[in-house]
Ligand binder design. Structure first.
Ligand code: TXA
Ligand code: MG
Length: 315
């Protein structure tokens, strides 16, 4: 994809160096990851964390995910446990976030973790952010690069549209392959999924060889707040378009060709459908449709994450 705005940069050594310095000074950059694009800032810097919350208009009680290059770095901030080590070995770097107990000696800014005694950590796989993380001596607090309650961006232009020139650096790392946010798993007690993602409940259960908790507790993740992931127009689950300015999102082989019909995966592949979800919703909004109707999506594997996002978008 071409860089059509002057604050979007292709990835090379020069921009890498520039971004490292920029982050060291407590600034925020738009960065690609394999899940969605993020707003990255020094997790140890109050100044940087304040900027992130302000840019996103994010409520202060919504903690951020802290991103690391390696376990060695993460150990300074959290207390690792066996379930973590097992899942790390299998899935990291990758689209999985772990909630762990905070290490008392941590330097993470207290606003970043909303003053909780836990920290959500992730080891992203995208080569751009990994190269950056390797060069800096602090972890990156990095929420999705969207204004609070809207859709996450999956390419550099999406990030530009959210923040325009409020960001001096947005790195173009191509389309985010996964296309939806990481799975969040709480490992502070009996493992429990807080936010479904492409790594599914069953993947984790199979690997840990234990049942996961499905206990509901007080809201701890904004992803768990009811309204979230909104494309900016109403989303209705079930039913079909009744007018030309309504769009329809569906899934699977029965491939209907109509201008306002959008197929998430012609080959009925739920992973592919997840990666097309936000892209499709943004496209529909940009093409001027006023309402989105959504067909039933199979509710297993990545389908659970798709339905979670659609349900919240419909609130
Ligand atoms: O894929 C991703 O995870 C992306 C990319 C950029 O890495 N980031 C992302 O961040 O989705 P954000 O801020 O949009 O979502 C973070 C989620 C929220 O649901 C938040 O509540 C939860 O992680 N979270 C963060 N810290 C937590 C904690 N200590 N306990 C429970 N949930 C936490
Ligand atoms: Mg988000």
């Amino acid at each position: 994809m071409k860089n059509i705005y002057s604050n979007i940069y292709s990835f090379n050594k020069k921009i890498l160096k520039k971004t490292v310095n920029y982050l060291k000074q407590g600034n925020i950059a738009g960065l690609p990851t394999e899940t969605v694009y993020g707003l990255g800032g020094n997790a140890y810097s109050k100044r940087a964390i304040k900027k992130i919350f302000k840019l996103k208009k994010r409520p202060n009680n919504n903690p951020l995910i802290i991103h690391y290059y390696s376990i060695k770095n993460a150990q300074k901030d959290v207390i690792l446990n066996n379930n973590f080590l097992k899942l790390y070995k299998k899935f990291c770097p990758g689209p999985l976030t772990f909630v762990l107990k905070k290490n008392k000696k941590t330097r993470i800014d207290s606003l970043a973790t909303a003053k909780l005694n836990t920290v959500a950590i992730r080891f992203p796989k995208h080569k751009v952010v990994r190269k950056l993380l390797k060069l800096i001596d602090f972890p990156l607090a990095m929420p999705s690069a969207n204004r609070s309650s809207y859709l996450s961006p999956i390419n550099a232009n999406d990030v530009y549209k959210e923040f325009k020139n409020k960001l001096n650096i947005i790195i173009n790392g191509g389309k985010s392959k996964v296309g939806i946010e990481s799975t969040v798993v709480d490992l502070t007690e009996k493992p429990r999924i807080l936010r479904p993602g492409i790594i599914s409940y069953n993947d984790i259960k199979k690997f840990l060889k234990i049942e996961l908790s499905v206990k509901k507790t007080k809201i701890r993740s904004p992803g768990m707040l009811k309204k979230h992931y909104s494309p900016g127009i109403p989303v209705v689950i079930g039913g079909k378009p009744r007018s030309n300015n309504h769009a329809y999102i569906f899934f699977g082989k029965k491939h209907i060709k109509k201008r306002n019909y959008f197929n998430l995966s012609k080959k009925s592949d739920l992973k592919e459908a997840a990666s097309n979800l936000y892209k499709t919703m943004r496209k529909i909004k940009e093409q001027g449709y006023k309402k989105i109707f959504v067909a039933k999506i199979p509710n297993f594997g990545p389908g659970i994450a798709i339905n979670d996002r659609l349900t919240r978008a419909s609130k």
